[in-house]
Design a protein around this ligand. Structure first.
Ligand code: NAD
Ligand code: UDP
Length: 312
C-alpha cells in the first residue's frame, strides 16, 4: 500500500482527493491546520483504518514516512487568502520548502497544486503553460499569485538540483460539494444566494469570464499527473468558458430562484478572462473533463440544499 500525504486534505479539493485515494486502497495521511478546512468534511474517513489525520501547519517542518505528497495546503478563495496575506505567502513558500525536504528525505514523488492565477490578468487567451503571465507583484492578490509562482520556482530548483520527482499542475476554477459555504467564491455565493432567494451579487459588470471544472474531473487529473512521467506545469481545468453574468443567469434558471441580480464593485486586479488550454493534459495524460456543467451544478446545489436544511 502506498503512503500518501495530502496537505490541505480537509479542504474542498482535499476531501475529494482523500476519498478517491482511500477507495483505491492507499494509506492516506491528511495534514491540515483547519484554517479553511473543516472537520465535518473528513468525519466520514475517521473510522477507516487506512486514514490518518495530522493536525499540523506546513510552515513548520514535519517528518513522516511517505511515498507521495499532494501539496494542496493554501487558502484558495480571495477573501480567505487576503485575510492574512503574510501567512498565505508563508504557507506557499515555507510550506513547499518543508514538503520538498520531506520528499527528498523519503525519495517521494511530490505534486504541487498551483493555479491559473500564475497567469495573472492574462494577455493571451486561452492560457497555455508556456505563457509567463501578467501578474501584479504588489497588489491584494499578490500574496497568493506570487506565493504560488515562488513555489513553482522552488519545485523546479529542487527538481534540477536534487533530482526530485516533482509535478506542477495549474488548477483553474473548480467547484463541487464540500466547498465551504462562506468562502466567498462565486459558485458557493451564487448558489446559496439563489437557494435563499437573496440578491445575486455580481462584482463589476459581469463581463469577466471564468471556466468551471467539476471537482471529480479535477481529482482524476491530479491522480493521472502523479502517475505520469511529466514534471509539468500542466493546466487542469474545463475549457468551457462563460461570463459571470451568464453564470448568474444559469444558477437562477437551474434553481428556479426568485433572486434578482445586483451589481457591486469589482475587486482590484480581478482577472478579466480565464480559460485553460488543456492540449498538454489531453495529449500526455489522456485527460479531459467529462462532467458537464448541468450535472456538476446539480450535485453542488444538492449539497448546499442539504447544508441549508442542517442549519435550520
Ligand atoms: P480550501 O481552502 O478549501 O483548502 C485548503 C486547505 O488547506 C484547507 O483545508 C486549509 O485548512 C488548509 N491549509 C491552509 N493553510 C495551511 C497551512 N499553513 N498548513 C496546513 N494546512 C493549511 O481550498 P481548495 O479549493 O480545496 O484548494 C486546494 C488547493 O488547490 C489550494 O492550494 C489552491 O490554491 C489550489 N487551487 C484551487 C482552485 C479551486 O478552484 N478550488 C483553483 C486553483 C488552485
Ligand atoms: N464574483 C462575483 N460575485 C461573487 C463572487 C465572485 O461576481 O459573489 C466574481 C469575481 O469578481 C471573479 C469571479 O466571480 O470575477 C470568480 O471569483 P472567485 O472568487 O470564485 O474566483 P477567482 O477566479 O477570482 O479566484
Amino acid at each position: 500500500m502506498k503512503k500518501i500525504l495530502i496537505t490541505g486534505g480537509a479542504g474542498f479539493i482535499g476531501t475529494h482527493l482523500c476519498k478517491k485515494l482511500l477507495s483505491e486502497n492507499n494509506i492516506v495521511m491528511c495534514l491540515d491546520n483547519f484554517f479553511t478546512g473543516r472537520h465535518k468534511n473528513i468525519e466520514q474517513f475517521i473510522q477507516n483504518p487506512n486514514f490518518r489525520l495530522i493536525e499540523h501547519d506546513i510552515i513548520n517542518p514535519i517528518d513522516i514516512e511517505v511515498d507521495e505528497i499532494y501539496n494542496l495546503a493554501c487558502p484558495a478563495s480571495p477573501p480567505h487568502y487576503q485575510y492574512d496575506p503574510i501567512k498565505t505567502m508563508q504557507t506557499s513558500v515555507l510550506g513547499i520548502i518543508n514538503m520538498l525536504e520531506l520528499a527528498k528525505k523519503y525519495k517521494a514523488k511530490i505534486l504541487q497544486a498551483s493555479t491559473s492565477e500564475v497567469y495573472g490578468d492574462p494577455l493571451i487567451h486561452p492560457q497555455v503553460e508556456s505563457y509567463w503571465g501578467n501578474v501584479n507583484p504588489i497588489g491584494i492578490r499578490s500574496c497568493y499569485d506570487e506565493g504560488k509562482r515562488c513555489a513553482e520556482t522552488l519545485i523546479m530548483d529542487y527538481h534540477r538540483t536534487e533530482g526530485l520527482d516533482t509535478k506542477i499542475v495549474r488548477i483553474f476554477n473548480t467547484y463541487g460539494p464540500y466547498m465551504t459555504p462562506d468562502d466567498g467564491r462565486v459558485v458557493s455565493n451564487f448558489i446559496l444566494q439563489a437557494l435563499k432567494n437573496e440578491d445575486i451579487t455580481i462584482y463589476g459588470k459581469g463581463t469577466q469570464t471564468r471556466s468551471f471544472c467539476y471537482v471529480d474531473d479535477l481529482v482524476d487529473g491530479l491522480i493521472k499527473m502523479m502517475e505520469s512521467d511529466l514534471t509539468g506545469p500542466v493546466n487542469l481545468g474545463n475549457p468551457s468558458e462563460r461570463t459571470i453574468l451568464e453564470f448568474a443567469e444559469l444558477i437562477i434558471q437551474i434553481t428556479n430562484s426568485k433572486s434578482k441580480i445586483i451589481y457591486t464593485q469589482l475587486p482590484k486586479d480581478d482577472p478579466a478572462k480565464r480559460q485553460p488550454d488543456i492540449s498538454i493534459a489531453k495529449k500526455y495524460l489522456n485527460w479531459e473533463p467529462k462532467i458537464d456543467i448541468y450535472k456538476g451544478l446539480d450535485n453542488t446545489i444538492e449539497y448546499f440544499t442539504h447544508l441549508l436544511k442542517d442549519e435550520m
